[in-house]
Design a protein around this ligand. Structure first.
Ligand SMILES: [Zn+2]
Length: 149
């Protein structure tokens, strides 16, 4: 994957989700997050699956408990299609979800990681807000740490 730093990821676009490993889907609050409180904004969600279709996601960290075979990334068009949702924010959200698809968890203690969430609060009450919308060296190295390279 062309981040500007070495890593072992190579991706190919395919036109069908049969046999693919990272699928993208358009979703809405009604279709994917019907019970989400109206004050909570979901931009996207990544789910990990075994080969038999079992969803093995574990919750808010967005990473599964075991190896997975494929991922489904759901993009929330109720947010993405707002005039206020910039192209840079859309790109950053997609990179963030792809990080989850590769197995990366949130990095909310580093606002300069694509794996920092767009906003929230640490356990000690510290507020955070992701300051970048592109893949950073620390994110590239997180993938290298998982896959080698
Ligand atoms: Zn996330």
């Amino acid at each position: 994957m062309y981040t500007g730093w070495n890593n072992p990821i190579y991706m190919n676009y395919v036109s069908s989700n049969v046999g693919s490993n990272m699928d993208f889907h358009a979703a809405t609050y009604n279709s994917k997050w019907p019970n989400m409180p109206s004050w909570y904004h979901v931009y996207a969600e990544t789910n990990h699956f075994l080969g038999n279709g079992t969803n093995i996601n574990t919750g808010s960290q967005g990473i599964p408990v075991s190896s997975w075979y494929y991922t489904e990334i759901y993009i929330n068009n109720d947010e993405f299609l707002l005039d206020s949702f910039s192209n840079a924010k859309a790109q950053g959200t997609i990179y963030h979800e792809m990080g989850h698809a590769f197995g990366l968890k949130h990095n909310n203690t580093n606002e300069y990681s694509i794996m920092c969430q767009s906003g929230g609060e640490l356990e000690d009450g510290t507020q955070f807000s992701r300051q970048v919308e592109t893949i950073q060296y620390t994110d590239n190295q997180a993938v290298v740490n998982l896959y080698g390279g």
